[in-house]
Write a new protein. Structure first.
Length: 258
């Protein structure tokens, strides 16, 4: 008879060690909804700041979360969860127990025509010249226009040519888009209002119906000295985030499936 070594499989997979702690799981759950600062997580979880910082450090060491300095106040830091890495590690954790337990990715969003949009999302940044325009276009494209996506800025300026260029790489034409002031959407109802700029987050007005307030702390690629590659990185990050967002939005009523 073959004997299994007594320590075989004794160490839980990395993801379970990191995420299995109740407080770290709650931190991941909050960050899965929105980027947050430490003081916000402290208030949401009703735990001391030093304890929150300790567990965030553990999650950072495991590369489940990352940080970005706020562009509104460099003394502040936003924490972001890497949901793609979480998914990969979670799938591997199941397979390590038994091959039949390897998780499969969620089914892709069904493409359809002439569906009624049951979800409305507004993306906000300062200039409405790059980040929010890219996010709006990706949401329309990836949802096959089943989600009513809009974007605006607190201080609108001309659409950045590199935003048009980078979206053309994804087969999306932004050339006819215009920048809009967030006042154009005052009084309208949305499922979610997503701020992409740390500055606009601090002045974001209230919207009726209490839409979900989400923040994605994404630097302005137009201010990045790296130039056009910064737009490519921004587009790649937004493409990933929008793809994940679609699984959180209310499903639309399907009239015709393609």
């Amino acid at each position: 008879m073959n004997r299994v070594p007594p320590d075989a499989g004794a160490t839980p997979p990395e993801f379970l060690q990191l995420a299995g702690h109740p407080l770290r799981w709650r931190l991941l759950s909050e960050l899965a909804r929105s980027d947050r600062q430490v003081h916000e997580l402290t208030a949401l979880l009703s735990r001391p700041q030093n304890l929150i910082s300790y567990h965030l450090g553990k999650l950072r060491a495991g590369q489940l979360v990352s940080t970005r300095r706020s562009t509104a106040d460099r003394r502040d830091t936003y924490y972001t969860v890497d949901l793609t890495r979480c998914g990969d590690l979670l799938a591997a954790a199941g397979a390590s127990l038994h091959p039949a337990l390897r998780l499969t990715p969620p089914a892709p969003i069904v493409h359809a025509r002439r569906r009624r949009a049951d979800a409305r999302v507004l993306f906000l940044c300062t200039g409405n010249s790059a980040r929010s325009q890219i996010a709006e276009a990706f949401l329309r494209h990836l949802s096959n226009d089943t989600v009513a996506a809009n974007s605006a800025g607190s201080h609108p300026k001309n659409l950045h040519p590199d935003a048009v260029r980078v979206m053309a790489e994804h087969g999306i034409d932004l050339s006819g888009h215009r920048a809009k002031h967030l006042d154009e959407f005052t009084g309208q109802r949305f499922t979610a209002v997503i701020s992409l700029c740390d500055r606009v987050r601090e002045i974001c007005p209230d919207f009726p119906g209490q839409p979900e307030a989400v923040h994605w702390s994404i630097p302005d690629p137009a201010r990045d000295p790296d130039g056009y590659p910064a737009f490519q990185r921004t587009a790649a990050e937004l493409h990933t985030r929008i793809g994940l967002l679609l699984h959180r939005l209310p499903p639309a009523t399907i009239l015709e499936i393609t």
